[in-house]
Ligand binder design. Structure first.
Ligand SMILES: Cc1cc2nc3c(=O)[nH]c(=O)nc-3n(C[C@H](O)[C@H](O)[C@H](O)COP(=O)(O)OP(=O)(O)OC[C@H]3O[C@@H](n4cnc5c(N)ncnc54)[C@H](O)[C@@H]3O)c2cc1C
Length: 315
């Protein structure tokens, strides 16, 4: 029986596992992650707004049936396979790194960090987000809007200290939306930390250390045989912003490539809602549309429900 090893049980790893499990019958899928649960981080703004509980965003990995969960961490990628912290080297017929990105800043982008952040927000008089980042993580914007909705009496502001010129347009597009929700959006730095205010440094995103030496080809293949990389770090490497929609797109394209090759020996990617954007430029257009329109929380709630029941729930 053929095997597929996926390192990383986040958005891209879980979606890839789901697509492969629904496209292939005789295959063994392994999912490696040091954390015993999948985190639906895109849902954090919903938890802050009270639409779901924080604990509902964590989904245990060890109960999975169609996928074999391995609790370990990949520490190196080589031609011979993925090296685990235990020293073991694992290699499937296909090997996929889906390890996300490396974040530097206040930890409110993990479910645990977001819950602690929520508790400190309730006691604060004002909440100010300081944005000094190369890549845009728009999640903080939804977090700001959630807080303002929940506590209208609190001052909530976003301070764009530095944003890479390539992404300036994105923030300009968002200004109106923030201000419509009563969230001040400015390029000025925040006022001196007044008593009772909460100042939050929005994390900057960097490549995951494992991704640094890897090349990324058109089907997200690396220089190592049958070894691929998808998700935040892969997107950054091909010049796209690291967002969940990109992670889903890559997982969809790669799952089709792998399953068609396994079934017929040739690679075919058929058109579906994601893979019609086979190339990064198409995706960029889609991304522009998606980001300028924004993703209202109710739509996120719909996505979360589908994810919990149909995607994660089917594994
Ligand atoms: C608060 C917030 C809101 C967001 N909102 C949106 C949104 O509305 N729309 C949107 O498109 N995007 C959104 N995003 C971005 C989106 O969540 C990310 O782009 C997406 O999660 C990236 O998926 P990924 O699989 O690459 O990484 P992740 O989901 O971060 O998963 C990476 C996984 O890899 C595991 N891992 C790490 N290192 C190793 C290792 N060495 N070995 C094995 N496993 C490892 C981690 O434990 C983790 O489970 C948001 C992000 C946040 C934080």
């Amino acid at each position: 029986m053929k095997s597929i090893v996926i390192a990383g049980g986040g958005i891209s790893g879980v979606y890839l596992a789901y697509k492969l499990a629904s496209q292939l019958e005789d295959v063994k899928i392994y999912l490696i992650d040091p954390k015993p649960y999948h985190e639906f981080v895109m849902g954090i703004p919903m938890a802050l707004a009270g639409l779901v509980k924080f604990e509902d965003l964590r989904m245990p990995l060890d109960g999975l049936k169609r996928v074999k969960y391995v609790r370990d961490e990949v520490v190196d990628v080589r031609e011979s396979g993925l090296k685990l912290s235990s020293g073991e080297i694992v290699r499937g017929d296909y090997n996929v790194l889906a390890v996300g990105s490396f974040k530097v800043g206040d930890d409110f982008f993990s479910v645990e960090g977001a819950e602690a952040f929520f508790n400190s927000v309730s006691a604060a008089t004002a909440v100010r987000f300081v944005v000094d980042e190369l890549y845009p993580i728009m999640g903080f914007g939804e977090v700001a809007i959630s807080i303002k909705t929940l506590w209208p009496q609190k001052e909530v502001s976003i301070h764009m200290v530095y944003v890479h010129p390539d992404y300036k347009w994105l923030f300009d597009a968002y200004k109106e939306t923030f201000e419509k929700h009563g969230v001040l959006f400015t390029e000025e730095p925040p006022p001196n930390d007044r008593r009772g205010e909460l100042h939050v440094v929005v994390p900057e995103l960097y490549l995951h250390p494992l991704a640094k030496g890897l090349k990324v080809g058109s089907l997200f293949e690396t220089q190592y045989d049958r070894t691929y990389i998808i998700g935040d770090s892969s997107l950054m490497k091909i010049g796209l912003p690291p967002i969940g929609w990109g992670a889903l797109w890559q997982a969809s394209v790669l799952s089709q490539a792998i399953s068609s090759e396994m079934k017929s020996g040739t690679i075919e990617v058929e058109v579906d809602e994601w893979s019609y954007m086979k190339d990064p430029d198409k995706f960029k257009q889609y991304f522009t549309y998606r980001m300028t329109k924004g993703v209202p929380l109710v739509q996120l709630k719909g996505l979360y429900d589908i994810w919990k029941t149909k995607v994660f729930g089917s594994l």
